[in-house]
Design a protein around this ligand. Structure first.
Ligand SMILES: N[C@@H](CCC(=O)N[C@@H](CS)C(=O)NCC(=O)O)C(=O)O
Length: 219
């Protein structure tokens, strides 16, 4: 059986888990936390900075959420691929996966790391810079989602998988402005999808981990 290292609250683990659920692939979940040092040691061996998700399929180890999703498309489950088989369509899917990872998740992660520092070591400029970055990303995505149901090729896929944790957590820390109706409607569509509702549910017991507590929890 496939093994996957991760943590139920971790956004990039969500990406792999959503793809597994979409493809109805059974897997063994290996929790990366202080109670399971052997799992942390395994991800430290497999991934450059010990980051997860890490997928183990027999002798094959795959790291990086997007690569894991593409690996699952090829080797596990028989749902439509999360990255379209047509390379012309795959461009838009990969483009939007990167947009959500790099311009939504990355600024939010920067804020999280800043807050996790000791108070006297925090950079006071980070919150404003992250707000500016997310304002730009939200405005761009509001235009992009105009007339679209899903983020790429009008088919649920890797772009929406990346969007789910990015928009879920970013909106918690830095609420999407109410005027961005397309983006709000898209986020609601994502959260209603069974594979995504499931990872949100599995993360619920860990909601106190979220360090940007200036807004109420959406759980
Ligand atoms: N580019 C990686 C990012 C993975 C990542 O940042 N994972 C987080 C959890 S969601 C992590 O492992 N954080 C702990 C660490 O970096 O030590 C991917 O797409 O899988």
């Amino acid at each position: 059986m496939l093994k996957i290292y991760g943590h139920p609250f971790a956004s990039f683990y969500w990406k792999a888990a959503i793809a597994l659920h979409e493809r109805d692939v059974p897997f063994e979940f290996l929790m990366v936390d202080p109670a399971h040092p052997e799992n942390s040691q395994a991800v430290a061996r497999h991934a450059p900075t010990g980051q997860f998700p890490v997928l183990v399929d027999g002798d094959r180890v795959v790291i990086e959420s997007a690569a894991i999703i593409e690996y699952l498309d090829l080797h596990h489950g028989d749902a439509p691929p999360m990255v379209p088989a047509d390379p012309r369509l795959a461009i838009e899917a990969r483009q939007m996966d990167s947009v959500f990872d790099d311009y939504v998740m990355a600024p939010l992660t920067r804020m999280v790391f800043s807050v996790l520092r000791d108070e006297d070591k925090r950079d006071p400029h980070v919150r404003g810079e992250v707000q500016v970055a997310l304002d730009k990303a939200y405005a761009w995505l509001e235009r992009w989602m105009n007339g679209r149901t899903w983020a790429a090729n009008e088919t649920f896929g890797i772009a929406d998988i990346a969007a789910a944790p990015a928009l879920f957590y970013a909106d918690w820390g830095f609420p999407i402005p109410a005027a961005h109706e397309n983006l709000h409607a898209y986020r609601a569509r994502l959260l209603a999808r069974p594979s995504i509702a499931r990872v949100i549910d599995e993360a619920r017991p860990f909601r106190d981990f979220f360090p940007l507590k200036w807004h109420p929890s959406p759980f």
